[in-house]
Design a protein around this ligand. Structure first.
Ligand SMILES: [Zn+2]
Ligand SMILES: [Zn+2]
Length: 255
């Protein structure tokens, strides 16, 4: 029983220290360098407000924003890529586009390492889901697992932290043990979708299929690039008997 109290005290101590340090030496907004007065932990109010949520019209399968100018998207619209090569997941959605402010925030969160950026991310998730048309009733939230070697290098698992916030905002159970990462795949950057799909093959495993069977899963990751990683995770979950597999990422690359 002593541990949680100690942990809470430690957390409180850190929060207080940060509060004192912040008032003495206010850190500027990580994106524009301006004052964060009344803004988030890392971003100022105008920069937070500049993060535009991806809403319809979009591809109903992968969530890619649709261009209304040349192909008016009707209900059930699918982008060319999804019509050619359907993804193993049923649907993917992302909060925003992986550029400018959101990209900077994810970088601060992931590489600095400053997991404290989760406070700003949590605020964005609350606003995004408050007006999201998609329902996730009955879903279990599962992070796309990170390989333990990366976890050791980084000291924390960004997908797990985002998934925990998503579960809390949507009031859904967090099921972080559904999938495990059995193979380190190296960086997926600078690979095409086909190369990524091949490279990620066999990276995930389900240890207890009886826990996965029949469950609707909301897979959570930080960035959706080609969908290869989320697709492989969904394929493995479905093979183990999962019901619907939906994907949610903070950001997506829009080409
Ligand atoms: Zn700013
Ligand atoms: Zn699509």
């Amino acid at each position: 029983m002593a541990m949680p109290i100690f942990k809470n005290l430690e957390k409180l101590g850190r929060t207080l220290t940060r509060g004192v340090l912040d008032s003495l030496f206010p850190r500027p907004c990580i994106y524009c360098g301006g004052h964060r007065d009344g803004g988030g932990e890392f971003l100022c109010t105008p920069c937070l407000g500049d993060i535009a949520f991806i809403r319809r019209p979009l591809c109903e399968a992968c969530g890619m924003p649709a261009d209304v100018s040349y192909e008016f998207p009707l209900a059930g619209f699918l982008c060319g890529e999804c019509r050619k090569n359907p993804h193993p997941f049923d649907r993917a959605r992302s909060l925003g586009t992986y550029d400018t402010v959101l990209k900077e925030l994810i970088h601060a969160f992931k590489y600095s390492p400053q997991p404290g950026a989760i406070a700003d991310i949590a605020g964005l998730l609350e606003r995004y889901f408050a007006s999201a048309p998609e329902g996730y009733t009955g879903f279990y939230v599962a992070p796309v697992p990170l390989h333990f070697r990366k976890m050791r290098e980084r000291g924390f698992d960004q997908s797990f932290l985002i998934a925990r916030e998503v579960a809390s905002v949507l009031n859904l159970p967090l099921a972080s043990g559904l999938l495990s990462r059995v193979r380190d795949t190296g960086s997926q950057t600078a690979r095409t979708r086909v190369e990524r799909s091949r490279n990620i093959r066999g990276a995930f495993a389900v240890d207890r299929p009886e826990v996965v069977r029949g469950k609707d899963v909301l897979l959570v990751d930080d960035v959706f690039t080609t969908g290869a990683t989320a697709g492989e995770a969904a394929r493995v979950l479905k093979r183990a008997g999962a019901g619907r597999v939906h994907v949610f990422t903070l950001a997506r690359v829009v080409v």
